[in-house]
Design a protein around this ligand. Structure first.
Ligand code: HEC
Ligand code: HEC
Ligand code: HEC
Ligand code: HEC
Ligand code: HEC
Ligand code: HEC
Ligand code: HEC
Ligand code: HEC
Ligand code: HEC
Ligand code: HEC
Length: 293
């Protein structure tokens, strides 16, 4: 009972003391960084970040540090953490400022990710002083990505493609730009799981499975775009003959000289494998063992 009372009193004292301390220490950022026309600084109050920690100048210190050597008249030094344009803090400090709150959720695997290894800063994509952080807008985010990933950019306009440039699928539907546990920073643990997340019907299980399909969709498909229809890595029959002997079902074109040597199976010539093996992703038909139905 007495213990409880003492504790309540102590907590009350601590609360009021820390409150006083806070207001006495309220940094003077806003004295100089005024809300004038054209200044980007105060935009932060129109975003989520500006209203954390009670708003006011305390919101500034969450990212820039208390900055005592900067927060004064006279000879002014750099803020503790600055993202430029005048003073640029070391990369670890800049990323550390964001990671002090964002080291979880989708940012959990940032350390060790390909982008981190490439010395990228959170602020290469994010800008906390814009009314709308550009990385959170799908179209401007895609432009950021393709500014660096020019090869992918070119793939987005190939004849067969995922509708990414058309805005129906976004880079971030498949990739986590902060890194993930899988290759190519996919959201899912495997490439096939990534495909299944939108193409459920391909998941199976099938009565008759086609081994490469359950193994890795990328054995036959490109993820972004392809010159071949159906996002394929090659055209049939060449696609199939990477693994299946051409001798079994020769499918070269008829030549003027008649049938090429060894092509006993005449009815297959010149045809695409999928004309007959239409169930290339697997079959549920009792007699579909050859993926023909
Ligand atoms: C006494 C006036 C004053 C106070 C107080 C002040 N600043 Fe500044 N600050 C400036 C001026 C002036 C500049 C522009 C410096 C320049 O370009 O030479 C600046 C620049 C900055 C920059 C940009 C740095 C860069 O690299 O370009 C940041 C960030 C910043 N201040 C944050 C803060 C924060 C956070 C506080 C409060 C903790 C604060 N300032 C308090 C005057 C002040
Ligand atoms: C969520 C983190 C965050 C908060 C909160 C924040 N800043 Fe910043 N600040 C940044 C980042 C990131 C940049 C670099 C923006 C860029 O990429 O152009 C920046 C840039 C600046 C600049 C330089 C702007 C320029 O381009 O000349 C100033 C000045 C500044 N901040 C002051 C402040 C002040 C004052 C506050 C409080 C009102 C504040 N910041 C709150 C992250 C933050
Ligand atoms: C003091 C803690 C804190 C710091 C420091 C901080 N954030 Fe945040 N941020 C939050 C919280 C809390 C949210 C809202 C919950 C969430 O989305 O995680 C948020 C949300 C966001 C969002 C989503 C905003 C939205 O409108 O949905 C982005 C993007 C973001 N932060 C980026 C950054 C970047 C980049 C930095 C460093 C320049 C940074 N944050 C620094 C606490 C912080
Ligand atoms: C290569 C660009 C890029 C970099 C670098 C980057 N981000 Fe992001 N970030 C994005 C994009 C794009 C989104 C939107 C994600 C979406 O729409 O699924 C995002 C979303 C977020 C969000 C809000 C929603 C969420 O997914 O949690 C936070 C918070 C965030 N990033 C923090 C960070 C932090 C902290 C860093 C640095 C450690 C960082 N980002 C580095 C591109 C980037
Ligand atoms: C400032 C340049 C830059 C920006 C912006 C950028 N990247 Fe990257 N990214 C790189 C570099 C460099 C690599 C490593 C080399 C490579 O694979 O091309 C990389 C690697 C990757 C990888 C391979 C990751 C792995 O683990 O193998 C993916 C996926 C990726 N980026 C997606 C994105 C997405 C999505 C965006 C936009 C949200 C984006 N990138 C924005 C430069 C950038
Ligand atoms: C439908 C899902 C999906 C979308 C959307 C997508 N990707 Fe990918 N991306 C993948 C897959 C899957 C891989 C891995 C390919 C492999 O390992 O064979 C990959 C690989 C990558 C790589 C690694 C290098 C390479 O080319 O193989 C980069 C970089 C990349 N993607 C960037 C992007 C960018 C930028 C966007 C948006 C313009 C984007 N991706 C949209 C699924 C996607
Ligand atoms: C975020 C959802 C999403 C993911 C993940 C996804 N796709 Fe798609 N895919 C689509 C959409 C949307 C279309 C276009 C459908 C349409 O136009 O009717 C499509 C179309 C296709 C097509 C047909 C293309 C054509 O030219 O006819 C193929 C093949 C394909 N996807 C394969 C894959 C593979 C392989 C993966 C895994 C690497 C994958 N998809 C992951 C959404 C997705
Ligand atoms: C052995 C090669 C091969 C593999 C492996 C493969 N596909 Fe396909 N896929 C094809 C061919 C060939 C077509 C074109 C069929 C046509 O033109 O009739 C196709 C077409 C598609 C289409 C568009 C038409 C449709 O059937 O919906 C999607 C979506 C698709 N594949 C998804 C996947 C997914 C997801 C995986 C992995 C689970 C996968 N594919 C693995 C060969 C393959
Ligand atoms: C990456 C290698 C690979 C590619 C590409 C591939 N297959 Fe297969 N396919 C296999 C394997 C492995 C089996 C299983 C063989 C076995 O069980 O003896 C198989 C089985 C088959 C079967 C059933 C045969 C049987 O004996 O049960 C048919 C039919 C078939 N594939 C047709 C195709 C067609 C058509 C294509 C092109 C669209 C194709 N395959 C592309 C590897 C491949
Ligand atoms: C005109 C229809 C047709 C075309 C075109 C065709 N196949 Fe077949 N394929 C069949 C039939 C029917 C069987 C079953 C034959 C049997 O069981 O003896 C078969 C069997 C197979 C088998 C199983 C072989 C085995 O050992 O049992 C494979 C693998 C195969 N085809 C691959 C291909 C490939 C690769 C192509 C394209 C180069 C192709 N087929 C084109 C009709 C066709």
């Amino acid at each position: 009972m007495i213990n409880g009372l003492v504790r309540t009193l102590l907590v009350a004292c601590w609360l009021s003391a820390s409150h006083i301390a806070l207001s006495a220490d309220e940094p003077g950022c806003l004295d100089c960084h005024e809300d004038e026309a054209g200044s980007v600084v105060h935009n932060v109050y129109k975003t989520l970040h500006g209203n954390l920690d009670g708003g006011g100048a305390s919101a500034c210190t969450a990212c820039h540090g208390t900055s005592a050597a900067h927060d004064r008249r006279g000879r002014r030094e750099a803020p503790d953490i600055s993202f430029g344009p005048k003073w640029l803090s070391p990369l670890e400090d800049r990323n550390g400022a964001c990671q002090s709150c964002h080291d979880n959720g989708s940012q959990l695997l940032w350390a060790g990710s390909e982008h981190e290894q490439e010395n990228m800063a959170c602020t290469d994509c994010h800008d906390s002083h814009q009314l709308r952080d550009p990385a959170l807008d799908e179209l401007s985010a895609q432009n950021q990505c393709t500014n660096c990933h020019t090869q992918v950019k070119a793939q987005l306009h190939l004849p067969s493609r995922h509708p990414i440039a058309e805005g129906k699928t976004a880079c971030t539907d498949c990739h986590n730009p902060h890194g993930s546990a899988s290759d190519a920073a996919l959201h899912q643990v495997t490439l096939n799981e990534n495909c299944y997340s939108c193409h459920q019907e391909k998941r199976g299980p099938m009565l008759w499975e086609h081994e490469p399909v359950t193994e890795d969709c990328a054995l036959c498909h490109k993820p972004h775009g392809s010159v071949h229809p159906g996002l394929l890595t090659a055209r049939g029959p060449a696609l199939c003959q990477q693994c299946h002997s051409a001798a079994f079902h020769p499918s070269v074109a008829y030549g003027a000289e008649g049938l090429p040597a060894g092509s006993s199976n005449r009815n297959l010539l010149g045809q695409n494998c999928m004309n007959c093996h239409s169930q290339v992703h697997g079959s549920n038909h009792p007699s579909g063992a050859r993926l023909t139905r």
